[in-house]
Design a protein around this ligand. Structure first.
Ligand SMILES: N[C@@H](CCC(=O)N[C@@H](CS)C(=O)NCC(=O)O)C(=O)O
Length: 210
């Protein structure tokens, strides 16, 4: 019998994003909790899988020999999209496929990247640089309002990997957005929060088995 996919992680945006994608694709997985506060990510068992000592880490014990180990949340999202063709990434229309990828990378590189760098700088006591990067990320989120002005989802009328990349980061930045007039992005955020894969993805790290 095939061993289920293992998802090492904790209740953080990057890990939840990976869990939401597996949930949405209907891929069975088992959660392996990593206690970041006690530094479990630096212990040998996790370092053997990801020498960077970070989570999420996904291990797929497929039949093809060596297990597949992925240690980037967004690679796990793309992996999940491959497991459920059409569900997370439209394939029939090349233009829709390209827009979904473009918006996925918009969030990965223009919002998640700067926002994580800002978090790092803050912890390095570089508050001014952190604020500059944070406001850059918020500025990009203002642009995302137009994505959902005329459609239900970030890349059109279908839920895609772009919604997954967007959700955890928009959700974690919602206090920065409170005063901003972004009615469509806020409506989208509420709808995403109620989506079953999102609810399950958030719960994944509350118990041992998802
Ligand atoms: N680019 C990676 C970032 C992974 C990352 O920064 N993980 C954080 C939790 S969200 C972590 O493991 N932090 C623990 C540490 O750095 O010691 C991804 O998207 O998966």
């Amino acid at each position: 019998m095939k061993r289920p996919i293992e998802l090492y992680g904790a209740s953080t945006g990057n890990c939840i994003r990976a869990a939401v994608a597996l949930e949405e694709a209907g891929v069975p997985y088992v959660v392996r909790h990593v206690d970041l506060r006690s530094g479990e990510q630096q212990r040998s068992a996790l370092l053997a899988l990801n020498p960077a000592g970070k989570v999420p880490v996904m291990v797929d014990y497929n039949d093809a020999g060596a297990p597949l180990v992925l240690s980037q949340s967004n690679a796990i999202v793309l992996f999940a999209a491959e497991q459920a063709p059409e569900k997370l990434l439209p394939r029939d229309d090349p233009a829709q496929w390209a827009v979904a990828l473009e918006r996925f990378f918009f969030f990965v590189t223009d919002v998640i990247g700067p926002s994580h760098a800002a978090f790092y700088l803050k912890h390095q006591q570089m508050s001014e640089a952190a604020r500059a990067l944070e406001s850059r990320a918020v500025q990009r989120l203002n642009e995302a309002e137009s994505f959902v002005e005329r459609s239900s989802f970030i890349a059109g009328d279908q839920f895609t990997i772009a919604d997954i990349a967007a959700f955890t980061i928009v959700s974690s930045m919602r206090t920065n957005l409170r005063e901003l007039p972004l009615p469509n992005l806020k409506r989208w955020l509420q709808e995403m929060a109620a989506r079953s894969s999102v609810v399950q993805g958030y719960r994944a790290f509350d118990s041992d088995v998802a």
